[in-house]
Design a protein around this ligand. Structure first.
Ligand code: DAH
Length: 346
């Protein structure tokens, strides 16, 4: 029996040397080490052998088994390595292939406009400031001379936050204009100060071609000793020139806002009809783009500034209208519809 084992080992070795793929290796394993293999049979029959023989055959059979298992493992490893090398050679990387293009995103047209407007004011020495969209009634209205019963509240349908104080008041809202930041800025920054405040604002309004419940504004504020209406006009003229072009005519008229005195509005010549009058400008030839004025003395006082020493100007405009005027877009909802066919044009 010992001789039989020796022969088996020799045969197995020879066959193993000739094997060159993993499939053949597996059938070799079944043949020589599997449950029905000769070796297994020998090991199982040990029990019925006479004691003297059992020991010798047992030792030898186990040795053969260990040696074949070792050879199997080594051959397996060698075959797997060879396969990896072959694969890499076959699938070698072609470094001259162009890479897969990554889709490049872009800024939303409103964001682009907002950046452009900010850049113009930054170039004139203004600083960009942002503030909360959920705001107190105080900063949005009260501090701007718009107390509880003031009719100016009716012009801004407000989205109130469902939060009541112990005394049953609802003092929290979604800001209706970026002007809500003006007092916050004055409270924190000592003059001279020059800031622009861009951001989202909210009104309780149904969507149509010219309204959305959320839109964008930018406010400006400059406070210093000796600021006059000439500074206001000069700054806004320069803005209009840089944003709308050198030749665009600009018009100032009186207007009323509770937080400025005097108040004004600025209009630009209509881009569609060149001032002759058309549907876009309602036959007036002018398009109003912003409200402005000299900061009201009471607003300055609320921030702890002496109106005898300090004065300032302020302005505020809608941002969404600007690209509409520039590109002739007639429906503001397009900006918020996430339609890439529209957005990719900018
Ligand atoms: N907040 C005003 C609005 O939403 C616009 C405005 C007018 C802002 C005059 C100002 C200003 O800062 O001085 O209609």
């Amino acid at each position: 029996m010992l001789k039989q084992l020796e022969e088996l080992k020799l045969n197995a070795r020879q066959e193993l040397d000739a094997i060159n793929n993993l499939k053949e290796l597996e059938s070799w394993r079944v043949r020589y080490l599997g449950k029905k293999s000769e070796l297994t049979r020998v090991l199982r029959s040990l029990a019925i052998l006479p004691l003297a023989e059992r020991k010798a055959v047992g030792t030898s059979a186990n040795e053969v088994k260990a040696s074949l298992e070792d050879s199997l493992a080594r051959k397996g490893q060698a075959l797997r390595e060879a396969r990896v090398v072959a694969q890499t050679e076959e699938e070698h990387i072609d470094i001259t292939l162009p890479g897969r293009p990554l889709p490049v995103g872009r800024l939303h047209p409103i964001t682009q406009t907002l950046y452009e407007i900010c850049d113009i004011f930054v170039a004139m020495g203004f600083q960009v400031v942002e503030g909360p969209e959920v705001e107190w009634d105080y900063y949005n209205f009260e501090a701007l001379n718009i107390p509880k019963e003031h009719p100016a509240r009716d012009t801004m349908s407000t989205l109130w936050v469902d939060f009541e104080t112990d005394s049953g008041e609802r003092p929290m809202l979604l800001r209706t204009h970026t002007t809500s930041m003006q007092l916050r800025v004055m409270e924190r920054m000592p003059p001279p100060l020059r800031v622009v405040i861009p951001g989202k604002v909210y009104r309780y309004e149904a969507s149509d071609a010219t309204h959305t419940p959320m839109f964008h504004q930018i406010d400006g504020l400059a406070i210093d000793e000796g600021i006059t209406m000439a500074d206001l006009k000069g700054t806004l003229y320069e803005f209009a020139r840089r944003f709308f072009g050198e030749d665009r005519k600009v018009r100032f008229r009186c207007d009323y806002f509770p937080f400025v005195e005097p108040g004004a509005e600025m209009a630009i010549e209509c881009s569609v009809c060149g001032g002759k009058g058309c549907r876009l400008c309602g036959n007036t030839g002018w398009i109003e783009i912003l409200g402005a004025g000299m900061t009201h003395p009471e607003v300055l006082q609320r921030a702890g500034l002496d109106p005898e020493v300090y004065s300032g100007f302020a302005f505020g405009m809608g941002i969404d209208r600007m690209p509409m005027l520039r590109y002739g877009i007639d429906d503001t909802r397009l900006f918020y519809s996430s339609d890439l066919r529209f957005l990719r044009q900018f």
